[in-house]
Ligand binder design. Structure first.
Ligand code: PRE
Length: 433
């Protein structure tokens, strides 16, 4: 990663809404160092509690209900033409969003006159529109694990720190950043639910994933001894990941949640706190001038966090390397729990492995009252399900599985079809974070 650009900070009191446009954003510089953005949004056009769309039809179309066209040949795995169009439709983009038409041979591509050049990965990952270094938004301050994840996902990019997950989403939507890299799950702490909810509320596409080994340290001001620590601060996920070690190292210390691990380290340094320690990375210790009281305090040596890479546009799914696809759906009302079984079997019958399933309260209708007044009523909780499966949307089996899933669901959205992070465990850059 390059040196961090002017800190980007945006404090939003309100939930970010999908119709927020660059028009609503105001930018301000202070001392040429810190960029702040204040944003407003139109609230008049929402009827759903979480502001997803103006009507159910709106919601459904913008959530990219699968196109009714279903690939007829189960075994066909071609990526060109119709299938690519279907994928674009699945992702909520008209066919015009990705131009797959063949370039006439008389045109110049890549500077070579008269020859049609094959598409390369560069064609599929458009350069930033401002023509300079890719800007990658992450939540936290320099030294946070998310910054390391952004650097792994996009080497040589410019990392843009954001104070909330919401802000990172919005930074991409407002073209302040080109990509966002955000955590979704940790091997010890589990899912980061906030980002699942935000994925649904916003319109960004998952274009990749990175896994980062999370190696925690206990940090304090130079000269402070571990037995003098009365308070330990960090990101709640980090505190949970080091709970066992903290019970042993600082059994009497109060544990307090902080925005992110590196911000906790920075806070100790700027406030000269001699009684407080932070759970953070070795890089945070270096950046904020703290000493490492204990190294490797995560409760599992293989502690790893998975981050999603998000962009305004989807990538074209391929079949030449392992791909994962992430979807979100809600069951049709009154169809009961059998819907989940049917959905999962649509994948099982096609030998598609699921790597993750997560349920969240349904955004529009979290509770449904059932029964009649004579015998009383009961409240059923309604869920939205997030599923990751190991297949590319360029594969007919994935398209057919989703066409079947659509039959059982009231809405279905493909969040992204993207290359799996296949970094061998032994070569993961654990020393860097
Ligand atoms: O606080 C940080 O350093 C972060 O990058 C956030 C975060 C998270 O949200 O889970 C990322 C990775 C670790 O699991 C701990 C914290």
């Amino acid at each position: 990663m390059q040196a961090v650009s002017p800190a980007f900070s945006c404090n939003l009191k309100s939930v970010v809404q999908p119709n927020l446009t660059a028009k609503n954003a105001r930018f301000s510089h202070a001392n040429g160092k810190r960029v702040t953005v204040s944003c407003s949004y139109r609230s008049d056009s929402f009827s759903f509690p979480n502001g997803v769309g103006s009507s159910r039809a709106d919601w459904q179309s913008s959530c990219a209900i699968l196109a009714s066209k279903v690939a007829s040949a189960e075994n066909s795995s071609s990526i060109t033409g119709g299938l690519a169009d279907q994928v674009a439709a699945v992702n909520g983009h008209s066919n015009g969003s990705v131009d797959l038409s063949i370039v006439p041979s008389s045109e110049t591509r890549n500077g070579k006159q008269g020859l049609v050049q094959p598409l390369t990965i560069t064609d599929l990952s458009p350069a930033p529109s401002h023509g300079s270094t890719l800007r990658v938004a992450y939540q936290g301050v320099p030294g946070a694990y998310s910054e390391a994840a952004a650097g792994k996902a996009y080497p040589n990019s410019e990392a843009i720190p954001c104070d909330q997950f919401d802000v990172a989403f919005q930074a991409v939507e407002l073209w302040i950043a080109d990509r966002a890299v955000l955590p979704v799950e940790n091997s010890l702490g589990g899912s980061i639910h906030r980002n699942y909810d935000l994925l649904l509320r916003h319109r960004l596409h998952i274009v990749g994933e990175v896994q980062i080994p999370v190696h925690h340290c206990l940090l304090a001001l130079p000269g402070v001894r571990t037995d003098c620590i009365t308070r330990v601060i960090s990101h709640p996920q980090a505190l949970a990941q080091a709970e066992g070690s903290l019970n042993k190292l600082t059994p009497r210390a109060a544990i307090e949640a902080f925005h992110d691990t590196a911000a906790a380290a920075e806070y100790i340094a700027t406030h000269n706190l001699h009684d407080t320690a932070a759970v953070a990375s070795a890089r945070a210790a270096e950046l904020y001038g703290l000493q490492i009281l204990a190294d490797g305090i995560q409760d599992d040596a293989g502690n790893v966090t998975r981050f999603l890479m998000l962009a305004r546009d989807p990538i074209i799914p391929r079949t030449d390397r392992p791909f994962k696809t992430s979807i979100v759906f809600a069951a049709q009302e009154h169809k009961g729990t059998s819907v989940l079984f049917k959905v999962l079997s649509a994948f099982a019958f096609r030998n598609i492995s699921l790597t993750k399933i997560e349920s969240r309260p349904h955004q529009n209708c979290p509770v449904r009252v059932v029964g009649d007044g004579s015998v009383g009523t009961s409240k059923h909780f309604e869920y939205t399900f997030y599923v990751d499966f190991e297949a590319s949307m360029a594969e007919a089996r994935a398209q057919n599985a989703l066409a079947e899933v659509q039959e059982y669901t009231s809405f279905l959205r493909v969040l992204g079809s993207y290359p799996m992070d296949m970094t061998p465990w032994s070569t993961l850059p654990s020393e860097d974070v």
